[in-house]
Design a protein around this ligand. Structure first.
Ligand SMILES: [Zn+2]
Length: 324
């Protein structure tokens, strides 16, 4: 498993893997920086008998860990809004047993900011009196949501965005795509390593992103009637884009596209990828800013079950036509 983190993070990792000083960690940084991935690599390294970063693939643990029934790196996560005290209790039962394959067990809690206060209190008990063979890694993009009592007991590791030059060098080695496309992706995905790798390696995902963008352009320039039909389509739960998750992804694409257009307009980025592929939108910079702000709010609101998704999008796109 290769790892792409800043020199600071790497130093902490190497020190911990070598000396096994700490048992509880908080890895924090924006979504898309590959923080969860780094946590998995770190976990593997902590368990490897030869203490190789990312695992040696040869020792007993590294080989066992590739098997299907292997469960000593436990990941607690949820698609729901919150991780509850029951979730923590359920997972803590799995921690009672001694590790079977390696020297330690690792519990990774993804999106730890979703832990309710009660769940955090329950987790705190585990962190306060950790078993010798247990390592806990919290992964979060919002550490303000965590209790001070937790923060004071974990080693905080901050993941920053990499600069463009370093990221380009890494991606050019990792993915077999032309430089121009790689450079575009780095700008488009705002130096977020995980997104760059995901979209460059998965052509379907990339195509879907472009499709989402062309639908946005179509929606923006279509008539009142067409736009309302399209909105009905994407928010209709029997329709092709049916689930909340798909709708969220669609709007995320729109936000990325608009952000890129703003940067392009302000000459922060150079890539002509969209122009070359004949993807363009006729919108003033001012209008982009307004729509971008509104889309971000809509994105948040889409995840609230009590709000009507169709109404949200109608307000945004059809409401705009009334203002003209
Ligand atoms: Zn190993």
């Amino acid at each position: 498993m290769d790892l792409f983190v800043s020199a600071n993070v790497l130093k902490i990792f190497e020190k911990e893997i070598e000396n096994e000083v700490s048992q509880s960690f908080l890895f924090y940084g924006d979504k898309g920086l590959g923080v969860l991935y780094a946590a998995k690599v770190f976990a593997r390294s902590m368990l490897c008998e030869k203490k190789v970063l990312g695992g040696c693939d040869a020792c007993y643990f590294c080989k066992e860990s590739l098997k299907e029934w292997y469960d000593e790196i436990i990941i607690l996560e949820t698609k729901e809004d919150s991780l509850k005290v029951e979730d923590v209790k359920k997972v803590s039962k799995k921690l009672y047993y001694k590790p079977q394959y390696g020297r330690k067990k690792v519990l990774i809690i993804n999106e730890a900011e979703k832990l309710t206060t009660d769940a955090q209190a329950s987790l705190l008990k585990i962190i306060e009196e950790p078993k010798k063979d247990l390592i806990i890694i919290l992964v979060s993009d919002n550490k303000e949501r965590l209790l001070d009592t937790i923060l004071s007991r974990v080693v905080c590791v901050n993941f920053f965005k990499k600069n463009k030059q370093d990221l380009l060098a890494f991606l050019e080695k990792k993915v077999k795509k032309n430089k121009e496309l790689i450079s575009f992706c780095v700008d488009y995905f705002d130096n977020m390593i995980k997104d760059c790798v995901d979209y460059l390696e998965n052509e379907e995902m990339f195509k879907q992103e472009m499709k989402n963008i062309s639908e946005f352009i179509k929606l923006y320039s279509s008539s009142f009637y067409q736009a309302s039909l399209y909105i009905k389509d994407i928010t209709d739960f029997e329709g092709e884009i049916s689930s909340k998750e798909n709708l969220t992804r669609l709007i995320a694409s729109w936000i990325r596209f608009l952000k890129f257009q703003v940067k392009k307009e302000m000459e922060v980025v150079e890539s002509d990828y969209f122009l070359k592929n004949n993807i363009k939108i006729d919108m003033s910079l001012e209008e982009m800013f307004v729509l971008l702000g509104a889309l971000k709010k809509t994105y948040e609101a889409i995840n609230k079950d009590y709000l009507n998704k169709r109404l949200l999008l109608e307000t945004l796109f059809l409401g705009r036509m009334f203002k003209l």
